[in-house]
Design a protein around this ligand. Structure first.
Ligand SMILES: N[C@@H](CCC(=O)N[C@@H](CS)C(=O)NCC(=O)O)C(=O)O
Length: 219
């Protein structure tokens, strides 16, 4: 049975957008797996001790870390199961989506929700989270939230490429969801799990798409 090491909050929410990508890749391939809740300070105890981030998976004696490495590993190991990269043999589309989400969408969302994530962290992880994330944000978690909440309309507008694509087709990958969809979903799930801010409402084309993947993710 594959084990997925997944970042957990104190109340066992699993907010990590990267871990959602890995979880959905496993579900997409219809593989049996169990998640193992971990904190930041547990990461260095996994495998050979070189992992710095979650997700990490263990498949018998094979350890793989990094969401895209995990997707690539599952794709080559289970080539007979439904592909994670349909219509994208060179991975050109999915590479763009990953770069866009990692460099633009998640950094727009993060300052708004960082303080909410901090509140949900186990007490033992809070100092680490605050120190490293305040360094990244260049200000306090509270100040980052206050400064960035008024920018919500711009954050919503930044999802316009997804919205326009979903007006033409049911999923970013075509008629069925695949890894590029899961990469976008991970960012939105992360935000919705930890914060009350609304990035898309029920009229938004993103809504039905999100609910479909959310059912897959949580069943
Ligand atoms: N490029 C990595 C990024 C993963 C990542 O940044 N994960 C965060 C959790 S959301 C983490 O484990 N951070 C460790 C830390 O801050 O110490 C991937 O795609 O998996």
């Amino acid at each position: 049975m594959i084990e997925l090491f997944d970042l957990a909050t104190e109340s066992d929410l699993r907010p990590s957008p990267y871990c959602w990508r890995a979880k959905l890749a496993l579900k997409h391939k219809a593989l049996a797996f169990e998640t193992r809740a971990k904190s930041y300070s547990d990461i260095r105890l996994l495998g050979d001790g070189t992992f710095k981030t979650l997700p990490v998976i263990r498949d018998d004696d094979r350890w793989v870390g990094g969401s895209m490495n995990i997707a690539d590993y599952l794709e080559s190991r289970h080539a007979d199961a439904s592909t994670l990269f349909p219509h994208d043999p060179g991975r050109l589309f999915v590479n763009f989506i990953e770069a866009w989400i990692d460099s633009t969408i998640q950094p727009l969302i993060f300052p708004i929700i960082a303080c909410d994530i901090w509140k949900l962290m186990p007490a033992s992880e809070r100092d680490y989270f605050r120190r490293t994330r305040e360094m990244r944000l260049g200000t306090s978690l509270e100040n980052a939230q206050e400064l960035n909440l008024p920018k919500l309309p711009a954050v919503r507008a930044s999802l316009e490429p997804v919205r326009r694509t979903l007006k033409r087709q049911p999923f970013l990958c075509g008629d069925a969801p695949a890894y590029a969809d899961y990469t976008v979903y991970g960012a939105l799930k992360w935000q919705r799990l930890v914060s009350e801010v609304v990035l898309f409402d029920e009229q938004d084309p993103i809504h039905a798409w999100y609910l479909h993947i959310d059912r897959m993710a949580t069943q």
